[in-house]
Design a protein around this ligand. Structure first.
Ligand code: SAH
Length: 274
């Protein structure tokens, strides 16, 4: 007789696409100072089905084995043990096509501002085919402006305006929860296609590394043109970063911008030789 499987299907079990999106999304903590917060962040991720934790220059050398980290990770010690440690945000974001900076306070120059929920919706689209990262700052200082400006979006958790600074691991929990809810409810939303606004294809998006090389190339071209003076750079590059952050740059477009920069540098050199 055939064995009947009466096991009910778990109503909150994500589909395999969602599981992939959840497990590939990077949660990056920049210079975390308290090992306990790192452990608690690992727990926050695991409870929401996430597991990719990256630490950029953690202040404690043995943070992954620190007793406070182990205690607060509780049943998520596997996520803690698997955390990657890098020495720069650039390395942590290698290959990422859509990155979100988390900030407790507004910034003068920032990429477009999203709520945790709208960020999760955007992350869902990109994560179907590409790489997504959420980036959190240090407990005391938060993220630097330079770190914020290299991301595609800024998320502020709309907390109490008179005291909106959450504990680091609690901020991780809020974003991880929103991501899980969005991915679990994907059947309720529009059909899940890996196509972004304006018909852009995720696979054509430039990665964070490619975009950073474009900015470095443009900056050299502006210097060669005497349009940017290294001693007095003003806010030119920050403003341009904000301008480009409002678009979703494709690899092809990054190559065009680099082609223009290359040509400018070449022309400026031949002018100098005349
Ligand atoms: N004193 C710091 C706050 C650090 S809290 C500052 O003023 O920036 C540590 C990190 O948790 C922050 O860098 C941010 O990534 C996250 N965080 C805390 N509260 C947040 C909020 N309301 N919205 C978004 N991120 C928040």
């Amino acid at each position: 007789m055939q064995q009947q499987n009466h096991q009910p299907t778990d109503p909150i079990e994500p589909t395999s696409d969602s599981v992939c999106a959840l497990t590939s999304t990077r949660f990056v903590l920049v210079e975390p100072s308290h090992p306990g917060n790192v452990g608690a962040a690992a727990r926050a991720l695991k409870t929401m089905g996430l597991r990719r934790l990256i630490l950029v220059k953690p202040q404690h050398p043995n943070v992954l084995t620190h007793p406070d980290a182990l205690a607060l990770a509780s049943g998520a010690q596997d996520v803690l043990a698997a955390a990657q440690i890098t020495d720069s945000l650039e390395t942590a974001l290698s290959g990422v096509q859509w990155s979100v900076a988390l900030s407790a306070r507004p910034r003068g120059y920032s990429p477009p501002i999203l709520t945790p929920r709208s960020a999760a919706q955007q992350a869902r689209l990109v994560a179907a085919q590409g790489e997504v990262a959420y980036i959190f700052g240090n407990e005391r200082a938060g993220l630097s402006n330079a770190d914020v400006e290299r991301c595609n979006a800024l998320v502020h958790i709309p907390a109490n305006p008179v005291y909106s600074s959450l504990n680091l691991a609690q901020a991780v929990q809020v974003l991880a929860y929103e991501l899980r809810m969005t991915l679990l409810n994907e059947g309720d939303g529009p059909p899940h296609t890996p196509t972004l606004a304006h018909g852009l294809s995720v696979s054509a998006l430039a990665t964070s590394d490619e975009v950073e090389r474009m900015f470095a190339h443009l900056q050299s071209a502006f210097i060669a043109l005497d349009f940017l003076h290294p001693a007095q750079p003003k806010k030119l590059m920050s403003r341009l970063r904000r301008l480009f952050a409002r678009t979703a740059l494709e690899r092809e477009e990054v190559n065009i911008m680099r082609g223009i920069a290359k040509r400018i540098i070449w022309q400026a050199k031949s002018r100098d030789l005349e």
